[in-house]
Design a binder for this molecule. Structure first.
Ligand code: GDP
Length: 478
């Protein structure tokens, strides 16, 4: 029969909060005791990469969950998936290109590299997958859509420049997503390079180098002169080893859409990162609200392939429409079932767009705290000067209402940017603007993502508003 959110979490081996978050993405506001119907369970299962099998005869009250039960024996090591982040001009693109070329010269000399959103390289016979879009926008946009693709973040910091605003943003994005950070100090060839100063600065963000008693791995490189690249790759493998990244290649594939577009000749083309299982030509799949059968599959070296295992990026054709980056990709036993699920996802998503506001807003905060759905209020602070931002942080962190507290996930001096909105959306946070305001484009994104922005000029009034919201005393704003 029907299942509650709590029961479902248990059978999925997931945290209740994780299930509730996924439900929010589907536009369903639920608490732990809420009963879920079969349709919702199926959609949720799709997002978790779990299949729900109907018993025969098929009816609404008669289904069971077929869980992703990978026995240890089914699992094998998979390559880590790496994203490169850092401040503009610190060398992210140069580093990505330099690493890509190492792999081309070794194996497929003369092969035309194909941009498919990610590529693989090899060191000591082990593969590493790099997401091709540098910067945290891509990373966080995916996370905002509920997708987790990155295993390791490489934070690039130019040795002649130091920690800059986007460096800090990248750190906070990675931390919010719980992804380990490996530091690549770049441009060590430059005369002004000061490696110790970078380490010192990053120590303030709890990224303490191993040689200073911390547990953050630092690698010194020059992307331009190709120095230290092999060492960087080795260190990535080392960080990956600790994570014990595993997958089961012997089942239907599941992954995430990293890019998609409409090609004049080929029709809808999608770049998928396979995260579990093996994808084969002819397989039926759902990608977001789209579906299809794999007609052709090409790898990052531009080569036609017949199958692709875990952590492999591929380009495929054979879809009915163009999905979005961050959409879940899942294979099913036949196209009819894939189509059915895609269509139902489309309906649910459409309903959620028309329906409830699924984000945290100060106006409904108290209700969520009361119902036990919120333990922390995530906040991003942007202000005109660093001093007032710090002061605001200190005061906000002292607030506690019914066990709920304020957690600052990002702060800084400067305008409210698009990136702040995306981080807020991904983390279900609100934004406080202190003597700064978003420009029209940023406000439009905030409206679209339903992110609550609160603008203030006096510290006291911020504290008062947040406290009132947490106590359920906020006057409605019209
Ligand atoms: P991104 O904005 O982080 O992607 O940075 P880019 O990769 O575009 O690099 C910005 C500039 O720094 C370019 O002019 C690069 O040639 C230069 N650059 C990148 N890496 C190095 C390096 O290791 N040494 C030196 N000297 N210049 C570098």
């Amino acid at each position: 029969g029907e299942m509650t959110v709590g029961e479902l979490s248990k059978s999925l081996h997931k945290d209740v909060s994780e299930v509730i978050k996924k439900l929010l993405h589907l536009g369903v506001m639920a608490n732990i005791n809420q009963e879920l119907d079969l349709e919702t369970i199926q959609l949720l299962a799709t997002d978790f990469g779990v299949e729900v099998e109907m018993k025969i005869p098929v009816d609404e009250d008669n289904f069971e969950l077929i869980l992703e039960t990978d026995e240890d024996g089914d699992l094998s090591e998979r390559p880590p998936v790496v994203t490169i982040m850092g401040h503009v001009d610190h060398g992210k693109t140069t580093l990505l290109d330099a690493i890509r070329q190492t792999s081309v010269t070794e194996g497929e000399a003369g092969g035309i590299t194909q941009h498919i959103g990610a590529y693989q390289t090899e060191v000591h016979g082990k593969k590493i997958t790099f997401l091709d879009t540098p910067g945290h926008e891509a990373f966080t946009t995916m996370r905002a859509r509920g997708a987790k693709v990155t295993d390791i973040t490489i934070l690039v910091v130019a040795a002649d420049d130091g920690v800059m605003p986007q460096t800090v943003e990248a750190i906070n994005h990675a931390k919010a997503a719980n992804v380990p950070i490996l530091i690549a100090i770049n441009k060590i060839d430059k005369p002004g390079a000061n490696i110790d100063r970078i380490k010192q600065e990053l120590t303030e963000y709890a990224l303490v180098p191993e040689e200073w008693g911390g547990d953050t791995v630092y690698v010194e490189v020059s992307a331009k002169q190709r120095l230290g690249l092999e060492h960087l790759l080795e260190m990535i493998l080392l960080v990956a080893e600790v994570q014990e990244l595993k997958a089961n290649p012997n089942k239907r594939a599941r992954g995430t859409v990293i890019e998609a577009q409409l090609d004049k000749g080929k029709g809808p083309v999608v770049h998928v990162l396979i995260q579990n299982g093996t994808l084969r030509v002819g397989d039926s799949f759902v990608a977001g609200v789209c579906f299809g059968r794999v007609r052709a599959m090409v790898n990052d070296k531009g080569k036609k392939i017949k199958e692709a295992g875990p952590s492999t990026p591929v380009e495929i054709t054979g879809l009915n429409e163009v999905p979005q980056a961050g959409d879940p990709f899942l294979c099913y036993e036949d196209e009819r079932k894939a189509r059915n699920i895609a269509e139902r996802r489309a309906i649910t998503l459409r309903q959620s767009e028309i329906g409830a506001n699924t984000r945290v807003t100060l106006d409904d905060l108290y209700k969520q705290i009361k119902e036990g759905e919120m333990k922390d209020l995530y906040v991003i602070i942007k202000g005109d000067v660093q001093g007032s931002v710090e002061a605001l942080k200190g005061s906000l962190e002292k607030i506690e209402v019914e066990g709920a507290r304020v957690k600052i996930i990002h702060m800084g001096a400067g305008a409210i940017t698009e990136s702040d909105i995306i981080l807020a959306s991904a983390s279900n946070a609100i934004i406080i603007g202190f003597n700064v305001r978003p420009d029209a484009a940023v406000q439009a994104t905030a409206d679209q993502e339903k992110v609550d922005i609160r603008l203030h000029r006096v510290i006291y009034s911020v504290i008062e508003e947040i406290e009132a919201a947490m106590k359920g005393l906020l006057d409605p704003i019209f």
